[in-house]
Design a binder for this molecule. Structure first.
Ligand code: PGA
Ligand code: ZN
Length: 394
């Protein structure tokens, strides 16, 4: 496929912030933006969006027009051209989202919206969706738990069953939350997770009990997980909790206390998945937690090959968010490295999403083990519904 025209426009994301969508020959792409952004991530979008739109519509359109994209590796032509415009190591001029959106729009144009097939026509498995049931931390208000995400993982290979069980869990647990939080008024956070006025233990107790009901009713095993997004709790010396204990106390934990706290949560609640249990520089601490539970690096790795090489002994799962590194080729290199080390791959949305469903295609085309894309809200269900459509072809 030969590029005829590239265009950028400002659009809204699910948080109501402006972001940029890229269109190539009529095919549009826009990936999400983070709220709890890691220090190893590239700049997602520089502040002057009008200048960016100008840059894409004139300079990029002129320089890249006429290039042919016939395979995933052809994106290298685009990345080399972009480097002549922004040679900074963290994309501070052009922004990681611009290049990723451009690459995704190109893949859509080259495959006529069959990106997963273009990436790998022989894929055999579907990624299992990890559901975000209850939220706290930077994604929620001050009275919510400190842990950013309380997650469920349905143990089934049937994609429809997995999507359905997550949705039912989210819908039916509402009545239990009402019983425990008298002021609950159906508040949901920016990823669509419920955000009740409960502390970390209250939520875990509730989920642990509730999963038994779901397992019985729908005959699917459900594992529990959490994303502590611990860099958001870290003040440079200690971990600060605002709603830690059963008595809603503030609490400050040392690094060692934090490791002990996470170990206890894993044991007491039989957690099978723990993301970012420690701040993003503590590779050694992650190593201490590695065991039967999947220990997953998000901010720790930032979809960066150098970081995952450094931390390969510390994790057994990795989050893939292409805009953290600002390049699909580099994100794919992390996927390949992780697979070679037998790590689990989790392709993930951002808290500020758009309705674009292309994330589902990346997760399928890269044969990810899991996809994290929330449970409810149009910007989340767009990806889940696309998974259901894609599964008809496998
Ligand atoms: P973010 O959160 O998109 O706000 O970074 C998601 C996550 O931490 O997994
Ligand atoms: Zn995370």
């Amino acid at each position: 496929m030969k590029i005829k025209g590239i265009k950028a426009r400002k659009i809204l994301n699910s948080k109501g912030e402006l972001t940029i969508e890229i269109e190539v020959d009529g095919f549009r792409a826009s990936i999400g933006n983070g709220t709890s952004v890691g220090k190893f991530e590239v700049v997602a979008l520089p502040p002057d969006l009008d200048k960016l739109v100008e840059l894409v519509n004139h300079k990029l359109n002129k320089e890249l027009g006429g290039l042919s994209i016939n395979s995933f590796d052809d994106l290298d032509k685009i990345e080399r051209a972009i480097k002549t415009i922004d040679a900074s190591s963290n994309f501070k001029e052009i922004g990681g989202n611009i290049l990723v959106n451009l690459e995704l729009a190109l893949l859509k144009a080259a495959s006529e919206n069959n990106v997963w097939k273009f990436l790998d026509p022989k894929v055999k498995k579907m990624p299992i969706p990890i559901g975000n049931i209850v939220g706290g931390g930077k994604h929620s208000g001050a009275n919510c738990p400190d842990i950013q995400e309380f997650l469920i993982i349905p143990k089934t290979k049937d994609i429809f069953e997995a999507v359905f069980v997550n949705a039912k869990f989210h819908e039916l647990i509402k009545d239990d939350i009402i019983k425990r939080d008298k002021n609950f008024n159906f508040g949901r956070n920016i990823e669509g997770a419920w955000c009740p006025n409960l502390n970390n233990y209250e939520v875990l107790d509730m989920l642990n009990k509730f999963r038994e009901r779901i397992e019985k009713e729908f005959k699917v095993k459900v594992s529990l997980g959490i994303d502590l997004a611990a860099s958001g709790l870290w003040n440079g010396r200690k971990y600060q909790y605002r709603n830690y204990s059963r008595f809603r106390q503030k609490r400050v934990l040392s690094r060692e206390d934090q490791i002990g706290f996470v170990k206890k949560l894993i044991a007491n609640y039989d957690l099978k998945y723990v993301e970012d249990p420690l701040q993003e520089e503590d590779i050694e601490g992650f190593k201490e937690l590695k065991g039967d539970c999947m220990i997953v690096g998000d901010d720790l790795i930032a979809t960066n090959l150098d970081r995952i090489r450094l931390a390969q002994e510390a994790i057994n799962g990795v989050i893939i968010k292409p805009n953290q590194i600002g390049s699909l080729l580099k994100a794919k290199a992390v996927v390949d490295f992780a697979k070679s080390k037998k790590m689990k791959i989790i392709v993930s949305h951002r808290s500020g999403e758009t309705e674009d469903n292309v994330l589902a295609h990346l997760a399928v085309g890269w044969e990810a083990d899991y996809i994290k894309t929330g449970i409810v809200g149009g910007e989340r269900t767009s990806k889940l519904n696309e998974l259901l459509r894609i599964s008809e072809n496998l």
